[in-house]
Ligand binder design. Structure first.
Ligand SMILES: *Cc1c(COP(=O)(O)O)cnc(C)c1O
Length: 410
């Protein structure tokens, strides 16, 4: 097959090349991003893209599905094996779609859900007013303690009062291990269903570096492109018994989606195979070691962190009592080729466009090959950029040197 994008569409070829250059010359600390392997990317760019396959393996609405069936069956089997469960749906186009599918299966418009608020570290799709979930369902939020921990007593208290149909555990900006067992007990006490959205921590769960939600949740949703390091996409995991009861398959297709992205499903299968390897386990371990090294080094520099540290792949710098906003620190770091994102934190008095938090994650830089010594250097750079804008050019120079010394995997 001829690779002729450059010839046929030089404008897009240039945009892609520029993006590659950007990724090569910047340190990626956005907690939800990663670098997939060439094998994952190869499956994603394959002829599987060309196939319509509405339905499920063995029950399609189109002919010619024998090989996409093969890929989807392998993907499902690997997902079940990796996460030790009896049901997997690998068709959701994204994490958001996976969540919407589960809501469609479990809830009716107007039903009550209880989830972590967006400002506390929850996700848009957990009931934000700006999202369809916040409009179709009656949403209640649980809070965090002032230092940023989930307040389980508060969750129980609200659950008893509200009697939600569904409790959601899982977050986009929570630096500590989530106690899924405790959530199960709370759900049982009030007769609620429990959904866990493990989008951020799926790689850690797959390798045992975070407690698995599968034994506790009625259903688990995830993305495949964050710590799991696969193609952009989503998955739904549960028991076959629950699928019989709630019919997640039907809620996905024809409920919410049409034709599955077979190229993405083939690529998910590749990522799931990788996730079973020892190498991947070592990688996940290093993600956590790096996050802890970065947290310690930042604290040594005098930064305050939400929950004073981390158990997982991410860190939230606490700027609630600082003159500098999350937005300003993000901007300064951008100028020094360090990519991060501002993030609201609990009790944030600044508007969402400013915020009093900065979220840092180690999955992408760990894939790149950075280890504990570089985490110390990173903390030093963040400090110098924070303390004086005039340090930005010199820091950028040093970042570029590091990017040359430790290049991207391809
Ligand atoms: C990232 C994320 C999602 C959404 O994933 P998309 O693929 O961007 O739609 C859902 N839930 C949580 C907790 C997330 O962090």
């Amino acid at each position: 097959m001829e690779r002729n994008l450059k010839h046929q569409d030089p404008e897009i070829a240039e945009a892609i090349q520029n993006e590659y250059e950007r990724q090569s010359t910047h340190l990626e600390l956005i907690a939800s991003e990663n670098w997939v392997t060439p094998a994952v990317l190869e499956a994603l760019g394959s002829v599987m893209n060309n196939k319509y396959a509405e339905g499920y393996p063995g029950h399609r609405y189109y002919g010619g599905c024998e090989f996409v069936d093969q890929a989807e069956e392998i993907a499902r089997d690997r997902a079940k094996k990796l996460f030790n469960c009896t049901y997997a749906n690998v068709q959701p186009h994204s994490g958001s779609q996976a969540n919407q599918i589960v809501y469609y299966a479990l809830l009716k418009p107007g039903d009550k859900i209880l989830s972590m608020g967006l400002n506390e570290g929850g996700h848009l799709t957990h009931g934000s007013k700006a999202n369809i979930s916040g409009n179709h369902y009656e949403v209640y939020s649980y809070g965090l303690t002032e230092d940023g921990y989930i307040d389980y007593d508060n969750v129980l208290e609200i659950a008893k009062k509200v009697k939600p149909k569904l409790i959601i555990a899982g977050a986009s900006a929570y630096p500590r291990e989530i106690d899924f067992k405790r959530f199960r007990e709370i759900a049982d006490e009030v007769g609620a269903l429990l959904m866990v959205d493990m989008a951020h921590i799926a790689g850690l769960v797959a390798t045992g570096y975070h407690q698995s939600p599968l034994p506790y949740a009625d259903v688990v949703t995830t993305t495949t492109h964050k710590t799991l390091r696969g193609p952009r996409g989503g998955m739904i995991l549960s028991s076959e018994e629950n699928n019989q009861k709630y019919n997640f398959n039907k809620a996905a297709f024809p409920g919410i989606q049409g034709g599955p992205f077979m190229h993405a499903i083939a690529s998910k299968a590749v990522c799931l195979k990788e996730a079973m390897s020892n190498e991947f386990k070592e990688y996940q371990k290093q993600i956590v070691l790096n996050a802890q090294a970065l947290a310690d080094a930042l604290k040594e520099k005098g930064f305050k962190l939400m929950t004073d540290g981390t158990d997982n792949h991410l860190i939230l710098i606490d700027l609630r009592e600082d003159e500098m906003s999350g937005k300003e620190l993000e901007h300064r770091l951008d100028l020094a080729n360090i990519t991060t994102n501002k993030n609201s934190v609990t009790g944030d008095k600044r508007p969402i466009s400013q915020t009093s938090g900065l979220r840092l994650g180690t999955p992408a830089v760990t894939t790149r090959g950075l280890k504990e010594p570089e985490m110390k250097t990173l903390a030093d750079w963040i400090y110098r950029v924070y303390i004086d804008e005039n340090n930005i050019p010199k820091v950028k120079e040093e970042v570029l040197e590091l990017c040359k010394r430790i290049p991207l995997p391809y």
